[in-house]
Design a protein around this ligand. Sequence first.
Ligand code: S3P
Length: 214
Amino acid sequence: MPVNTDDGRGGGMRPHAPLRPSLATLPVTGVEPPLARRPIVLIGFMGVGKSAVGKRLARLLGYEFVDTDLMVEQVEGKTIAAIFADEGEERFREMETAALREALQQPARVVSAGGGITTREENRRILAGSAAVVLLTARPEVVLMRVRPIEKRPMLAGWPDPLERIRSLMQERAPIYSEYHCRFDTSHCPPRVTAEKIARWYASLHTEESDARR
Ligand code: S3P
């Protein structure tokens, strides 16, 4: 499946490796819809711009925008930070999986997924079978500027050197961000421009699909 990517330096699109075979071939029950007819899910580290880009992308496509963090907060009636503090990370991850399943019920959606969503194999499996997965990335220094105030970020709060924490968490998480259909770096790219690039990629999937049907 030809896919496009972006190196964040304003260059063009070029092919890159598809989903890692180990996950792309995981058995998924039922018939998997083609990429062009799946909801788009934005994954990536905190502060890469999933919500900012996602809202603009949804507007461009005429899709509904949903955010798994907001879904969990609405169900629980408290903030993510309070859920982590009161019930712990594991419980949050369970709610996050439920929110992801719910978010993927409608195809015409852009979903901003919490930065840790792909830490769970179950979620990676759901994404591989049901979503067009777009990975957003950004440099650690840029992430640090975007995630303040740190106190609202349970994965970063309380660490003496937040930049170092971001770097090490990114390194630790590199494998869980390795499955995607398309990737864009947002470090130097405004959300509107990234949204336009993703919309072009998504439109190209529809063209491929209709070409294949001819
Ligand atoms: C988390 C990222 C957050 C939120 C929670 C945990 C993570 O989402 O789900 O604080 O583990 O990286 P955003 O990436 O939307 O900030």
